[in-house]
Design a binder for this molecule. Structure first.
Ligand code: BG6
Length: 478
């Protein structure tokens, strides 16, 4: 089999609000995630973002553990409201200092930072001011924040990702953005938010190109290839429709600077299309991407959904319990497609299809269509890990998941796909976006529960030692 190139980047990923904690300390003010997660703590008993994995106070220990695993890269995000507590205006010196120290610590160990500018945690002040991403003014404020951060780290950070998972923000908008109750039925706003994010993404790409010597920039996209449920032509066409609205709709913006025709037509017919102002598409074209950072967890499946089905438009459901099969429904667009379960694939306890071939398929397909380098900035298995009385975590299910996905990357590379980095989710256990801290992803166990933050002690899981060997052998010893 083809080998990973010598300079291949091995690491893992996290995001600010999901690991840092110190949510309202050291000058940081609330982000929309602090508010959203406080609510889900009260309503569902999931941990809040207040302490998360307490990475803010453990960052040195965490980076040392990453170095012990052999990381050559680490993908993390910067919390906008830690740097600018009010979104714009006065910088919080202590906030930016935290990221200076984190980046310097990484560089001391020779770990290349991959910085994400935005991972769901909009400053709450901007939600209060003009409802955040719902308002175009956000683009100017994002530029202000991005310019400051990029300038600050332009000599230390080469790889930048802009906005995390626009596609997932459209699907699960009330989880990822604060949307007032009275607006939650207005689905057009999902695509309007996305349009504002396209403008913000393009702005950040331009800034990296202007300010960072040899800087490289791209979006981190939540991506699932879509299979037809059957070979019936109606289902195959439905899968193409789903691909156009759920995948191409983002990729075509990043790499071609256009909105996918079929998806836009569908949205227009259903009064869901975003308002695009003169000059917007020029900006989008100017803010081109150098690579695509892919967050891959699962593939998806679609079937035909005739207009006459009598069904209404709906968006993706979630599984809140962690019991297989309790997902609360599938995205439906009558006359275009309906998502469904793939009967050929096993799933995680939260109903996410486990499909390493889907990653190989996605890589091949995206590379053929756009011919740009790819990196994995998320890939992983959420599971109920158990800490044994001996202080061990035997997570062989995670090892098996990751092993199969690394093999899939290798197979895609053998067919010519250019891949730069592998950053599974996540370096350490963290606050899940939808299921609290009991759904764990890390190589490093964080000793806390949803209702008791305990001391957040770090414990190496079996996967920690396995990944160490993988990295040592540059992906040969799987
Ligand atoms: C990705 C996000 O969608 O999936 C992460 O970028 C998230 O922030 C990850 O944690 C896993 O999803 P969840 O809901 O299990 O946390």
């Amino acid at each position: 089999m083809k080998q990973f190139p010598k300079n291949f980047l091995w690491g893992a990923a996290t995001s600010a609000y999901q690991v840092e904690g110190a949510a309202l300390l050291y000058g940081k003010k609330a982000s929309q995630q602090d508010v959203i997660n406080e609510k889900s703590f009260e309503e569902k008993g999931f941990a809040s973002a207040e302490i998360a994995s307490d990475h803010y106070h453990h960052y040195k220990e965490d980076v040392a553990l990453m170095a012990e695993m052999g990381f050559s890269t680490y993908r993390f995000s910067i919390s906008w409201s830690r740097v600018f507590p009010d979104g714009v205006g006065e910088v919080n010196e202590k906030g930016i200092e935290f990221y200076r120290k984190l980046i310097d610590e990484l560089l001391t160990y020779g770990i290349e930072p991959i910085v994400t500018l935005y991972h769901y945690d909009l400053p709450w002040a901007l939600v209060e001011k003009y409802q955040g991403w719902l308002d175009r003014r956000i683009v100017t404020d994002f530029e202000y924040y991005a310019k400051f951060v990029i300038n600050e780290f332009k000599d230390k950070v080469k790889y930048w990702t802009t906005i995390n998972e626009q596609s997932i923000i459209v699907q699960y908008w009330t989880q990822k953005c604060y949307i007032p109750k009275e607006l939650q039925s207005q689905n057009q706003l999902r695509y309007q938010i996305n349009h504002h994010m396209n403008l913000a993404h393009a702005t950040a790409c331009k800034l990296v190109h202007e300010l960072v010597p040899d800087g490289l920039v791209g979006a981190a996209l939540g991506y699932a290839p879509i299979y037809p449920l059957t070979a019936k032509p109606e289902d195959v066409l439905a899968a193409l429709n789903a691909h156009d609205l759920r995948n191409a709709f983002y990729l075509d913006i990043y790499f071609k600077g256009i909105y996918t025709e079929s998806a836009m037509t569908y949205l227009q017919e259903n009064h869901l299309a975003p308002i695009v102002e003169p000059g917007d598409m020029d900006l989008i074209r100017e803010g081109y991407s150098d690579f695509l950072a892919l967050n891959y967890y699962a593939s998806e499946c679609a079937k035909a959904c005739p207009k006459e089905s009598g069904k209404a438009i709906r968006y993706s459901g979630v599984n809140l319990s962690g019991k297989k099969g309790e997902i609360s429904g599938f995205e439906t667009h009558p006359g275009f497609y309906e998502m469904c379960k793939n009967p050929h694939l096993d799933t995680t306890d939260w109903d996410w299809a486990i499909d390493p071939i889907g990653l190989e398929y996605a890589f091949r397909d995206i590379y053929t269509r756009y011919n740009k380098p790819l990196m994995i900035t998320e890939n992983g298995l959420g599971a109920f890990d158990e800490l044994t009385p001996e202080g061990k975590v035997h997570d062989e299910y995670r090892i098996s998941y990751l092993r199969d996905h690394i093999k899939a990357i290798k197979r895609a590379m053998e067919k010519g796909v250019e891949v730069w980095a592998y950053c599974p989710w996540s370096a350490l256990d963290l606050l899940s976006t939808s299921n609290g801290v009991k759904k764990r992803y890390g190589f490093i166990y964080v000793d806390r529960t949803d209702d008791d933050p305990k001391d957040c002690a770090r414990i190496k899981k079996d996967s920690f030692y396995w990944y160490q060997k993988v990295i040592q052998s540059n992906g040969e010893n799987l």
